[in-house]
Design a protein around this ligand. Structure first.
Ligand code: SF4
Ligand code: SF4
Length: 374
């Protein structure tokens, strides 16, 4: 009977997710753990869009694996976190813009590593080729010091283009994802759902395993993954805010970087860089201990590549800050710019998209919950 209710799907991962959600919908033991199970219970059968919605709603806390009486070695072989992790990665690749680059999600670790290495090499060789060695290795201080090495307009044009490309590609991917979910087009005029999703995402509400914490290496829940994720996420936002404030300083106030230690862009960037370094280091440590049963092995490279790019962004930024008034400033600036440029252009083709698509899934969940209570 269950078999008859199940729809046909376009991939083995979707088929497996459908099987698991059908089992879980009969069991419902985990309905208090997160948003996935209440959303699942609103459905009798699961389309591809429904399954991608549920997969991106999952925060991989591991609680439903630890609590499940049907997890391996039971013959039902129920492993929701691992299956939904694999399906998330598949859904991201399917939404990539342009579609020709969806392959970057496969073997993502190798792809990001090559792009990052090429970007860093291009900046280092570019600096070495176009800048007089005495200038490159000289000591530069005061407003405009960075621009003796790379003109501000060239920097703004290069990074502005990379950033706009990333924003456009991410927006197109998000649009495809939302449409794939069967999401209604009238969501934007629905501020309560948008606000609820911002709160849920900002708190990582569903990474708490139903209240006790995240299950990682054993059956003792902790909040470590949530704390490290918060440090990484808010560190990234602070770095972005630092860049925005510095841009306003430059164009509105006519004040050129580098700024003093106590100035707002440096304070924001320093706090953000520290958050990125500590947060990503913690995430690496947690990942290294994580129960292999919870991990989708095909996504390991993508997770590691994105976390490493954020770590390098924070580390090279802080290193540049510390040694910016020495002869090491030129090489350190080339290194930092190379890492940040690679981060920008790879944002639409790696783990970064999980934030956007999870937010979209949370918006849809908030809409469904509000519709139920009306
Ligand atoms: S994960 Fe296991 S215990 Fe939880 S709802 Fe599904 S079948 Fe039931
Ligand atoms: S968020 Fe946690 S409890 Fe919910 S489906 Fe994902 S792993 Fe299971």
């Amino acid at each position: 009977m269950i078999q008859q209710l199940r729809a046909m799907h376009g991939s083995p991962i979707l088929e497996e997710a459908d099987r698991l959600m059908t089992v879980c919908n009969s069991c419902r033991y985990c309905e208090g753990l997160c948003a996935v199970f209440p959303a699942m219970e609103m459905r009798r059968a699961f389309s591809d869009g429904d399954l991608n919605f549920l997969a991106n709603l999952c925060h991989a806390c591991g609680a439903c694996y630890t609590d499940c009486q049907f997890s391996p070695p039971h013959e039902f072989n129920v492993n929701v976190p691992k299956t939904l992790a694999a399906l998330r990665a598949e859904s991201w690749a399917a939404c990539a813009w342009p579609r020709a680059l969806s392959g970057l999600f496969v073997r993502n670790g190798v792809a990001i590593s090559i792009i990052a290495a090429l970007s860093v090499a291009a900046f280092i060789f570019g600096f070495a080729a176009f800048i007089d060695p005495q200038v490159l290795l000289g000591v530069h201080t005061g407003p405009g010091a960075f621009y003796t090495l790379m003109p501000h307009n060239a920097m703004a044009a290069l990074f502005g283009a990379a950033f706009l490309y990333a924003i456009f590609a991410l927006a197109m991917g998000l649009r495809a994802f939302w449409r794939g979910l069967g999401g209604p087009s009238g969501t934007l005029p629905d501020p309560p759902s948008l606000w609820q999703a911002i709160r849920d995402a900002g708190q990582l509400r569903y990474l708490d395993g139903g209240g006790g914490g995240c299950f990682n290496e054993d059956e003792r829940p902790t909040d470590r993954r949530r704390i490290y994720h918060h440090l990484t996420f808010y560190g990234f936002l602070l770095c972005f805010a630092s860049t925005c404030v510095a841009t306003l300083y430059h164009y509105l106030l006519g004040r050129e970087a580098p700024y003093a230690w106590w100035d707002l862009p440096v304070v924001l960037g320093t706090l953000g860089g520290i958050g990125l370094v500590i947060g990503t280091t913690g995430l690496f440590a947690e990942k290294s201990k994580r129960d292999a049963a919870l991990i989708d092995a095909n996504s390991t490279g993508m997770d590691a590549a994105f976390t490493l790019m954020l770590f390098l962004t924070g580390l090279t930024g802080l290193t540049l800050l510390v040694w910016r008034e020495t002869s090491a400033m030129g090489p350190l600036l080339a290194l930092h710019l190379g890492v940040v440029f690679a981060l920008f252009i790879t944002l639409p083709y790696g783990k970064f998209v999980h934030g956007l698509y999870r937010y979209a899934a949370l918006v849809r969940y908030a809409r469904e919950q509000r519709a139920m209570t009306k």
